[in-house]
Ligand binder design. Structure first.
Ligand code: SF4
Length: 356
């Protein structure tokens, strides 16, 4: 692998060896003027993780750019460790994983295989696919809930799971994410904390702001307090990093859209999910909200939600025969009315399941 590969995948063992060979000391990295760019880039890595869920690309044309990019990785780890905030650590691990996946999408299979090797993910080539032992596969995919990752839906031959390059890269994403979550925070001593003090404080403040923004209570223009129990349950799952079943994801996205949240706000809600794939999620949101499909879907009615097994914890309003809640959107409308008129049922129908 060359310098550009190390810059693209700075978590590789060889990238760390390269830095060692350059004779860069920790003290230089923390304080020397020559590494000011690497420090700034390391901080930007952490900010990107917080705000975008992925490390933004930057030009890596020169050798200097590439070294800076490699060094930004240990810097980012020091920043994240200095802040020592679980929310940031998880966001950072997720963002590094997603970034690696996006970069691997454009690489040859040799590179994917090498990255796997350096991440200690045992794999080997078999014609046009990569294979791993089923026990490793189960370990790396244990947090990935969608059906496509179930062992029964994969090609298993003599105890080995065969995966096309992209699916294999997705497993690697999880392997890197798991590894970072288990490694961070690193122990950081006084020297590091002192040198990075101002930036660490800024990152901590940013992490608090972002964490609050992701909290259900903080959708600003809408009142989560008045959400039906099913939607509160889905939001709780999404924010705990659990993957939602497809039907719940559909119901939640269409619900959020109809009460006025933007596609970006909806996207952010899913950003902490271990299975988060920004482009795939955006595609789904754009489809459900009618942006690309031309059909603006509404959530299913309560009876349908019940038949899907996703009517969670219905409360007294759901079950109040006078209120006649037949739809999660009706629940929200009733809850948003002044108290005096709540018992009266909504005269408006919740509408068809899709608007064109
Ligand atoms: S009854 Fe309807 S609104 Fe209430 S929790 Fe079930 S699906 Fe949601």
């Amino acid at each position: 692998m060359d310098l550009l590969s190390y810059a693209k995948f700075p978590f590789l063992r060889d990238a760390a060896e390269y830095v060692k060979d350059q004779g860069v000391t920790l003290e230089d990295l923390l304080t020397h003027q020559a590494y000011r760019g690497a420090r700034a880039r390391g901080k930007a890595r952490a900010i990107d993780a917080l705000e975008h869920g992925v490390v933004q690309l930057r030009p890596m044309a020169t050798e200097g750019d590439r070294l800076e990019e490699i060094l930004s990785y240990p810097m980012a780890r020091m920043y994240v460790s200095g802040v020592n905030e679980r929310f940031l650590t998880r966001r950072y691990a997720l963002a590094e994983g997603v970034t690696m996946y996006e970069r691997l999408e454009r690489e040859e299979m040799d590179v994917v295989e090498e990255v796997a090797y350096q991440l200690d993910v045992a794999a080997s080539r078999d014609d046009g696919s990569l294979r791993m032992h089923f026990s490793d596969y189960l370990r790396y995919t244990s947090r990935m809930r969608s059906k496509e990752w179930k062992l029964v839906n994969t090609e298993v031959k003599r105890g080995y799971v065969h995966l096309p390059q992209l699916r294999f890269a997705r497993v690697l994403q999880q392997a890197l994410q798991d590894r970072l979550e288990s490694e961070l925070p690193l122990p950081v001593d006084e020297t590091i904390l002192r040198a990075l003090d101002e930036d660490i404080r800024e990152l901590r403040d940013r992490a608090v702001i972002m964490r609050e923004r992701y909290k259900a209570e903080d959708f600003g223009k809408v009142s989560v307090e008045n959400f039906p129990p099913c939607m509160k349950h889905f939001i709780g799952m999404a924010q705990a990093g659990e993957n939602l079943p497809h039907s719940a994801r559909f119901a939640l996205v269409s619900f959020m859209h109809h009460i006025g949240l933007s596609s970006e706000e909806i996207l952010n809600l899913f950003a902490v999910s271990p299975d988060f794939d920004a482009s795939k999620t955006k595609y789904q949101i754009d489809h459900i909200t009618g942006e690309t499909s031309g059909t603006e879907y509404t959530p299913p009615e309560c009876t349908t939600m019940k038949s899907y097994g996703i009517c969670f914890e219905p409360d007294s309003l759901c079950e109040n025969p006078k209120a006649k809640v037949k739809h999660p959107l009706s629940y929200y409308r009733i809850k948003n009315r002044p108290l005096r008129s709540r018992a009266a049922p909504s005269s408006r129908s919740s509408g068809p399941s899709a608007r064109r």
